[in-house]
Structure formats: structure tokens, C-alpha cells
Design a protein around this ligand. Structure first.
Ligand SMILES: *[C@@H]1O[C@H](CO)[C@@H](O)[C@H](O)[C@H]1NC(C)=O
Ligand SMILES: *[C@@H]1O[C@H](CO)[C@@H](O)[C@H](O)[C@H]1NC(C)=O
Ligand SMILES: *[C@@H]1O[C@H](CO)[C@@H](O)[C@H](O)[C@H]1NC(C)=O
Ligand SMILES: CC(=O)N[C@H]1CO[C@H](CO)[C@@H](O)[C@@H]1O
Length: 369
């Protein structure tokens, strides 16, 4: 009798587990056609870097922050090894020589260049300001997989090294509400690679990681990211181990966690217009006719990159030990200052001997709600 009861309960369980509908939507060449609530809808374990899934950015643009890297497709800057994606920074001068930085005219052909704003496809090196001195990589799923609502789980190890800025993040696939930041940005994890970087509140280097969403009615009106920015500190560098960075995204909230401990939660009871306090901006509400979570009620795609420096993320007031920040963010030649002061930082990057300065991603999984 007992066995029969067990069998019956299993059968009933199966029936009630029949495909439950989900609010998750997907698109892209690697998006599943049909799926149920709770299903794994995207997975990459990085046994190889499959270029039909991962697109490279190729640009000098600097990500809107005049970052110092040149994103390239070279397999020294992005590759897989033992089941992990590695994104590794290298010196531009290692390939082209030191003079190149000060004199080259770099033109990335239009069919290769992916971001042309901020002189992203063409730059002239001069004695005053140089060609981007670091080569690195940024890969994304813009063509292969976008989704709206669900949970994303990324197991990754952060790089160690001064002024490295790794990011695991998402951007809107179709900016239906307008250009950044009107259509939003979701930063699942960002970190500064410095071993000993301090602000008045404590460590802001590799013992801190943060999650942030960006949103606002226009780029000129203050993007209210500080209201949805969550930093998490620990005594061990995040670069010492792999950790699991997660986003749970539903039609009513976004929840960030690290190793299953919640870091931050954004729940805009009356929508992001009021959450951001934009009523006094004098602008129309770009999300007025949309759902509560707009602009985060549209499909986003996944991005992994390793940026370097820039004029926004490393505040001049931070204290770095033992060497000072090698450029000021208001310098007229931040890249050249960074490069010419490399004695301050190049010893902190383990460029050749180990993986310590690489962003490593073991896997990414996305589940339907
Ligand atoms: C890349 O992925 C596609 C689709 O999943 C698959 O057909 C192809 O064989 C993969 N390529 C490599 C090189 O693994
Ligand atoms: C919302 O709908 C109203 C009425 O149709 C329209 O006037 C307004 O422009 C719309 N707002 C946006 C941001 O689309
Ligand atoms: C840049 O900032 C530094 C201090 O952060 C200041 O002393 C200097 O005057 C500024 N330079 C310019 C050109 O604004
Ligand atoms: C993030 C940061 O440090 N911003 C500063 C960059 O420099 C300008 C000019 O000195 C400051 O106004 C910013 O606050």
C-alpha cells in the first residue's frame, strides 16, 4: 500500500509539474523556442569560446568613461582554458612598440568596428595623448540571447591588479525608451582590481564588489544610480576565489546576490520615475505608459568585459597604497599619464605568469521565472 501511495504521489507530482507558463521572454539565435517556468533557458560553460554565441566589441571608444583599453578579438585577450573564459589585459606596445602609442593613426574598418562614438573607430596618437595603451576584450550575447525576467547566475573570479575594472552586466537589446540611461543598464557585478584602495568609508578595491542599475529620463538629468547601488565588502579579495554572482529579476523587483547572500534589492513600488525622484526634472516621464518596472520591462543581453582606468570609476580622492593614482580624471592626457606612470602599477599585474590578472568566467546560466 505504501509503495502504491508513493507511486501515485509521483504521478500526481508529474501531472502538477506540467509546463507552467512563465513571464520570461527570450530572443536570439540561441534562445529556446518553448520553455516552462523554472527551465534553464541559456547556459554557457566555456568549454570553448563559441563565436556564434559570443560577439566581441571591437573599439577604442572607452565605454563612455574614456577607459584606457582597446577592445580586440585577439585570442591572447580572450580565450577559454579548462572550462573558463579568460579575459586578459596586454600592453599595446608589446605588439606595435612604444612609439606606436605616440604616433600611430589607428583606423578600425567600419565592418569590424562596433562602437564609433568617442573616436571609437579612429584615433591619432600624439606626444600629448596616446593610443589606448592596453588591449583587452568585451564579449556579449546581443545576437544569441536576450531575455526579460528570470534569474542569471554567473560563477566568476575577478582579476587582481591596480586600475583593472571587470564587469558582468546587461544592456537593453532594443533601447525602446531612448538612449542611455533612459532604457536602463543592469550591472550585476563590478569591482576595482586594486589590492589596497581606500575611500573614507573603507576598502573600495578588490575586497569590494558592487551591483548597480542605471536609469534616468535623459543623460543630462542625473542618472539616479546611487539610489540603486549596492556595495558588498569582505575581508578576502574577491579575486582570490570564484564566487557566484546572481540577479533575480521579476516584473516587480531586481535582487542581487553574491554566493546566495542578498546584496541589494530594488523594488520601485510606483515605478522608476518616482523611485528616482524625477518629477522635478521638467522632462516628460519616458516610462509613463509602460509597466511598473520600466525601463527594466524589456529584454536585455549579457556582457562580460575587463576595462582599465577611465575618468569616472576611480575617484581622484581614493587613496591607493603603496602608489598613488597615476592619472587625474580631469587630466588632458589621462591615457598618457597612466602609461607614463606605469612603474606605479605594472608590478601589480601578473601579466605573463599566472591568471591572477584575468577576469575568469566558469559559467553563466539563465533560468526562466
Ligand atoms: C557553436 O554553437 C553552435 C550552436 O550551438 C554549434 O552548432 C557549433 O557547433 C558550435 N561551434 C563550436 C566551434 O563549438
Ligand atoms: C503615453 O500615452 C499618452 C496618450 O496616448 C501620450 O500622449 C504620451 O506621449 C505617451 N507617453 C510616452 C512616453 O510614450
Ligand atoms: C584637476 O584636479 C586637480 C585636483 O584634483 C586640481 O588641482 C587641478 O587644478 C585640476 N585641473 C584642471 C585642469 O581642472
Ligand atoms: C569620480 C571622480 O573622481 N570625479 C571627479 C573627476 O574630476 C573632476 C574634476 O576635478 C571632478 O569634478 C569629479 O568629481
Amino acid at each position: 500500500m505504501k509503495i502504491l501511495a508513493v507511486i501515485v504521489s509521483i504521478l500526481v507530482g508529474k501531472l502538477t509539474n506540467a509546463c507552467e507558463p512563465t513571464e520570461t521572454t527570450v530572443s536570439g539565435t540561441h534562445a529556446p523556442q518553448n520553455f516552462c517556468s523554472g527551465d534553464l533557458i541559456f547556459e554557457e560553460t566555456f568549454d570553448s569560446l563559441n563565436l556564434s554565441k559570443w560577439r566581441h566589441e571591437v573599439t577604442l571608444a572607452g565605454g563612455g568613461n574614456w577607459e584606457f583599453q582597446w577592445y580586440v578579438t585577439d585570442d591572447i585577450n580572450s580565450y577559454t582554458r579548462e572550462g573558463s573564459l579568460h579575459i586578459a589585459p596586454t600592453f599595446t606596445s608589446d605588439i606595435f612598440g612604444h612609439k606606436f602609442l605616440y604616433s600611430a593613426h589607428v583606423v578600425i574598418p567600419p565592418n569590424e568596428c562596433t562602437i564609433d562614438w568617442h573616436y571609437g573607430c579612429e584615433r591619432q596618437g600624439t606626444r600629448h595623448e596616446i593610443i589606448n595603451p592596453i588591449r583587452s576584450a568585451r564579449v556579449d550575447t546581443i545576437n544569441s540571447f536576450s531575455f526579460k525576467y528570470g534569474s542569471v547566475e554567473i560563477r566568476a573570479r575577478m582579476p587582481e591588479g591596480d586600475w583593472l575594472w571587470p564587469a558582468l552586466w546587461m544592456m537593453p537589446t532594443h533601447s525602446v525608451y531612448g538612449d542611455w540611461p533612459v532604457s536602463g543598464e543592469i550591472d550585476i557585478m563590478e569591482m576595482r582590481g586594486n589590492k589596497a584602495l581606500y575611500a573614507s568609508g573603507g576598502h573600495v578595491g578588490n575586497q569590494q564588489c558592487s551591483s548597480t542599475i542605471h536609469f534616468g529620463p535623459s543623460a543630462s538629468v542625473k542618472n539616479q544610480w546611487p539610489l540603486a547601488h549596492f556595495a558588498r565588502n569582505q575581508n578576502q579579495p574577491f579575486s582570490d576565489n570564484f564566487h557566484i554572482y546572481k540577479l533575480m529579476w521579476t516584473p516587480s523587483e531586481l535582487i542581487f546576490s553574491v554566493d546566495d547572500i542578498v546584496t541589494g534589492r530594488v523594488r520601485p513600488e510606483n515605478g522608476f520615475w518616482y523611485y528616482g525622484g524625477f518629477e522635478s526634472s521638467g522632462l516628460p516621464n519616458p516610462w509613463q505608459n509602460a509597466t511598473l518596472l520600466a525601463p527594466f520591462d524589456q529584454e536585455f543581453y549579457i556582457i562580460f568585459n575587463l576595462a582599465i582606468g577611465g575618468t569616472n570609476f576611480f575617484d581622484d580622492s581614493f587613496v591607493n597604497i603603496p602608489f598613488p593614482k597615476p592619472w587625474l580624471n580631469n587630466s588632458s592626457r589621462p591615457r598618457a599619464d597612466f602609461w607614463e606612470n606605469r612603474r606605479y602599477w605594472d608590478g601589480t599585474w601578473d601579466r605573463l605568469n599566472s591568471d591572477q590578472s584575468h577576469l575568469q568566467v566558469d559559467y553563466v546560466r539563465v533560468f526562466a521565472l
